[in-house]
Write a protein that binds this ligand. Structure first.
Ligand code: B12
Ligand code: SF4
Length: 428
């Protein structure tokens, strides 16, 4: 979106298409363009290469540029697939590149220091934007932490660079009426004064915007902050809980303890802010017990929603380096690097147990026991957290709905993953 807006500002005719927004595959009718600019994440790289090949065969005079986190981490893989690859952030190079081309196949981007210089979002460029009810806003880059599984810092660095409070507020004002804002920053709350300014705007704004964000567990320990977030219309906080055991948390360098996690969840619950817990299965300390432990935690702590990932050795992470030197990586087929598939040998269980354990944890949370626990949660929300009956009912319905929806998710996973399960059988 950012690069599209820059190019439009420079006079290019831009169309942004995203298969997940279009709800269909990109096809020949989309290929009538001088330049195909592809953004690739690791798991979408194989599909991107297919699209690039199709574009070239349909459109021999067209040119292909590739950028995004995957080419930035593994440029050499992408160079043969494109006319030009940009490694890193591309705001400062994209216009010249498309105007004049490049004699080099690999162009270095540059970390953007002034994030206020980014053009305001132009939703009209995105085909199907009217169907998007969730608008992701990313107001900062870089993160001072150094978690072993995360590829964001290799891409954006450790220095936290951010848009100013007034700039974020300007962006918020442009979000289409009725859309739900999802702050997707890696570390939105790093600058507390800036976040306070954003909250002050949201509290006083007549439109009463609804929004959600991610936060580190320890950032939520300030109760007055949670109170203010609730008053400002925060409808959900996603927290990287990652694991519930100290060994895994320390090994991944997450800089949070199991007690920190419980404290943050309880503070948010007290202020009636639903929590999405993100968990990663497959750390060396994880035996088959972990699936039960996590499912029990989700019920006991009355998490509204939760997302289970499988530890994935993404390029340029410490996890990958360590697994590579130990010969534990089973495939480099990037399609399966979507955090939903077991692509390495776990230490205390088999790869198949890790894969099915994740699904079992979902199954357990979609089962009758978990439904009953949600129903009882209604009373605990009133008694422990002082919620009104109405608020507690809304929370309970939210939890039940999510758990019912899990059944579809699991069925879909099983339907869509025949190929993976077949491939997995052939790995040793
Ligand atoms: C918002 C977001 C999403 C959104 C929207 C994604 C989208 N289409 O933009 C949603 C929720 C859909 C999503 C889904 C997923 N995501 Co995501 N997502 C992000 C997030 C938080 C922000 C992305 C972003 O806008 N960054 C800011 C912009 C400025 O950076 P950028 O996109 O890299 O773009 C810059 C450069 O790369 C370059 N550039 C980008 N494109 C191009 C193209 C050309 C031609 C050129 C020249 C340059 C160029 O210039 C840009 C400006 O400087 C990132 C984390 C992060 N910090 O980036 C994770 C991240 C990209 N996601 C990740 C993952 C794993 C996923 C999922 C697989 C997870 C899952 N299982 O659901 C899915 C994949 C979905 C799919 N099939 O497409 C990983 C990718 C890791 C990797 N090595 O690939 C990240 C890095 C998160 C992480 N913690 O590791 N994601
Ligand atoms: S996982 Fe989150 S806190 Fe850890 S380095 Fe990545 S962005 Fe920072």
């Amino acid at each position: 979106m950012i690069l599209g807006a820059k190019l439009k500002g420079a006079g290019f005719n831009v169309r942004i298409i995203d298969e997940s927004v279009l709800g269909r595959r990109i096809g020949d009718s989309d290929m009538d363009a001088d330049w195909l600019c592809l953004t690739l994440m690791t798991p979408t790289a194989p599909r991107g290469y297919e699209i690039a090949d199709r574009f070239r065969s349909r459109n021999p005079r067209g040119r292909v540029a590739i950028g995004g986190i995957h080419p930035s981490l593994l440029p050499d893989e992408c160079v043969p697939r494109a006319d030009v690859v940009v490694q890193g952030e591309a705001e400062e190079v994209i216009v010249d590149l498309l105007r004049s081309g490049s004699s080099e196949k690999l162009v270095q981007g540059a970390r953007l220091e002034d994030l206020d210089s980014i053009p305001l979002m132009d939703y009209s460029l995105l085909e199907g934007a009217e169907r998007v009810r969730f608008v992701p806003l990313i107001t900062s880059r870089g993160c001072p932490f150094n978690c072993a599984f995360c590829s964001c810092t290799s891409m954006f660095g450790h220095k936290h660079r951010r848009q100013s409070g007034p700039r974020v507020i300007e962006e918020l004002k442009r979000v289409p009426e009725g859309a739900f804002v999802t702050f997707s920053d890696d570390n939105l709350l790093e600058d507390r004064a800036r976040f306070d300014a954003i909250l002050n705007f949201l509290v006083s704004d007549n439109r009463r915007r609804k929004w959600s964000c991610s936060a580190r567990v320890t950032q939520i320990h300030d109760e007055s902050l949670a109170e203010k977030m609730a008053a400002a219309g925060c409808m959900n906080v996603t927290m990287g809980i990652e694991a519930l055991d100290s060994e895994a948390l320390e090994g991944m360098n997450k800089k949070q303890s199991p007690d920190d996690i419980r404290k943050a969840v309880r503070i948010l619950r007290k202020h009636n802010i639903p929590v999405t817990g993100m968990f990663i299965f497959g750390w060396d300390s994880h035996s088959r017990r972990v699936f039960d432990d996590v499912a029990r935690f989700c019920d006991a702590e009355r998490l509204t929603t939760f997302v289970f990932w499988i530890l994935t050795p993404l390029p340029c992470t410490r996890v990958r380096n360590e697994m590579e030197s130990a010969g534990r990586i089973l495939t480099n087929d990037w399609r399966w690097y979507d955090l939903q598939h077991a692509v390495f040998k776990p230490k205390q269980m088999s790869q198949a147990e890790l894969q099915s354990g994740m699904l079992d944890a979902y199954s357990r949370l979609a089962g009758t026991g978990s439904m009953l626990s949600c129903a009882f949660g209604f009373f605990s929300d009133i008694a422990e957290n002082g919620l009104s009956a109405r608020a507690a009912l809304a929370r309970t319905i939210g939890r039940l709905r999510f758990r019912l929806g899990l059944r579809n998710v699991m069925n879909q996973w099983k339907e869509n993953n025949g190929v993976f399960l077949e491939s997995m059988a052939g790995w040793s």
